[in-house]
Ligand binder design. Structure first.
Ligand code: C2G
Length: 131
């Protein structure tokens, strides 16, 4: 039984999110997703997500590739989360390339290429343009 763990905000859920979750699940048997809390997202990006944590959790949890979700409260707790969930593999998008190599002592660290041409930020900009 191989457990894959990945993390993200997953605001305005889009096909780039779906692709990485599908490819993450393909690497193992069980996919556990840490969804960033509203406060963590604010610390990371100086922005509140459009959808609050309970909405984002409900959406990510309903994706067929996802077996379990939890709230990621702090970037500094990654090691604890990986150990707690018995991660065999940590998957991140390649926008985070190299940033989590320190965890290669407890699991395999894999960076997958991002889906080109879509992001939550770009969706917001596009919607603002037509409003
Ligand atoms: N992603 C992707 N392609 C896109 C957009 C996002 O593959 N076009 C991936 C990101 O690389 C990330 C995941 O989808 O692995 C979630 O993206 P975000 O919600 O933007 O996640 P982020 O806020 O970067 O959170 O501890 C790390 C963070 O929690 C990651």
């Amino acid at each position: 039984m191989k457990t894959v763990v990945t993390f993200g905000t997953y605001d305005l859920f889009h096909v780039g999110h779906l692709n990485i979750l599908r490819r993450a699940k393909d690497l193992g048997d069980r996919l556990v997703v840490g969804v960033s809390s509203d406060e963590l997202n604010f610390r990371k990006k100086q922005l509140r997500p459009t959808y609050p944590i309970d909405h984002r959790l409900a959406i990510v949890e309903s994706i067929r590739y996802v077996d379990e979700v939890f709230v990621e409260e702090a970037l500094e707790l990654k090691r604890q989360y990986l150990l707690y969930h018995h991660a065999d593999i940590l998957v991140m998008g390649d926008d985070w390339e190299g940033r989590f190599d320190e965890f290669s002592d407890i699991c395999r660290v894999v960076y997958l290429p991002r889906t080109v041409g879509i992001s939550s930020t770009e969706v917001k900009v596009r919607i603002r343009g037509v409003a």
